[in-house]
Design a protein around this ligand. Sequence first.
Ligand code: TYD
Ligand code: MG
Length: 454
Amino acid sequence: MASKGGKTVWFCSSCGNESPKWMGRCPACGEWNTMVEAPAAPKASSSKGGKSAGNSNVPVRLSQIDNSAETRLSLGNPEVDRILGGGIVPGSLVLIGGEPGIGKSTLSLQLPLGCPSLKTLYVSGEESVKQVKMRANRLGGDASGCYIYSETLIENVVEHARELTPDLVIVDSVQTMYTETAESSPGSVSQIKEVAGILLRFAKESGIPVILIGHITKDGYIAGPKILEHIVDVVLQFEGENRGSYRILRSIKNRFGSTSELAVFEMTGTGLRAVANPSELLVPLHEGGLSGTAVCAMLDGTRPFLFEVQALVSTAAYGTAQRSATGFDVRRLNMLLAVLERRAGFHLNAKDVFLNMAGGLRVSDPACDLAVVCAVLSSNFDFAIPMDVCFAGEVGLSGEIRPVGQTDRRISEAVRLGFKKIFVSSFSSLDMQHKDIAVVKVAEIPALVKALFK
Ligand code: TYD
Ligand code: MG
């Protein structure tokens, strides 16, 4: 590529690693065939934002900095405020990432509509002003503090934001914005980096917080949010099955708060509705007496919640048994089935096993192992686990039940939801006395089966 300056560099479109020459495999993330050529960023506008922040910037003694807590701006949405760590910090750049269609634009437009006291500038690079208006009508709320601007040239956006001096700027999305200083097309690695750099400098200099929306594909492959993670202050990620109506907003990086926060939303006909108490929604909807279900006391970040694991075990219709899992790692399922086979003598190798996490959740907490094992056994023996029993434990390769983090908090949540019995590992150390619930400690699968199914 012959650019004006002549100098080009290669970027990995997966992780953003920069290299002076082409390589078949990115040395940083190990992906093959991801290097793309792009003109080198002009030096003057590369992200060395500190310089122009004023000459008054000199080293200060740590002890002389006053320790009043930084002021935070409430966005009027308690769940979003909570994941940000108690509101948005002035001058911060927040990235909201997620797959297309998951609800990023909906949430980012709901914020200004739900908080008319804030003067917000909503920049849409994807939709016309009319289209945004239609969406706003559908969402309802008070639009009196919200300015809409349909533009894709980032310099114009910054200029208008400076003139308008809003309390908050929302840019939807980073992939549609472009800057004149980089030559490649919008959405390319160098454009995305430059656009984010410009917005970061704008936020730091003006003290106006900026929310940036970024599309990301399932594996984070398309040039975008993965590259931006180093640049921005906060990364919030939207997750959830597109078919299901639940969406999880998770904080995966936060310079001003904890990263173990999460909020659950439900997509309704009039936008996203915060689900203040996720457990109550995800816990069984049936009368009880059904085999193949087990309730897991999961911890997502710092937030415990209970949800139902469903399994169906049936005789394989064809020669090889099928294993399928929705919301759970199928390799982990295979491992658990192998443990049941080898360590506890259950013959499941000629059975089809289907596993589903209720509510379209995707779980990775190892504490779900125990509920998965129990749901599978329950379906296999057609024995219903009582409705007031739940589980929290990891299953090891030798069939041992291993303790999981923060067992006390899981138990407290189970008590709150009216569960009467919880199975945990014998090796769990509990710091609290739990009344109102029987805590059953089990060390390995055979002991669990004995305690549960006898
Ligand atoms: P959107 O916010 O446009 O997704 P993103 O910006 O992340 O690509 O959300 C798109 C989906 O949400 C779309 O399939 C329609 C649905 N939706 C509702 O169900 N209810 C609503 O009130 C709105 C605005 C959207
Ligand atoms: Mg959108």
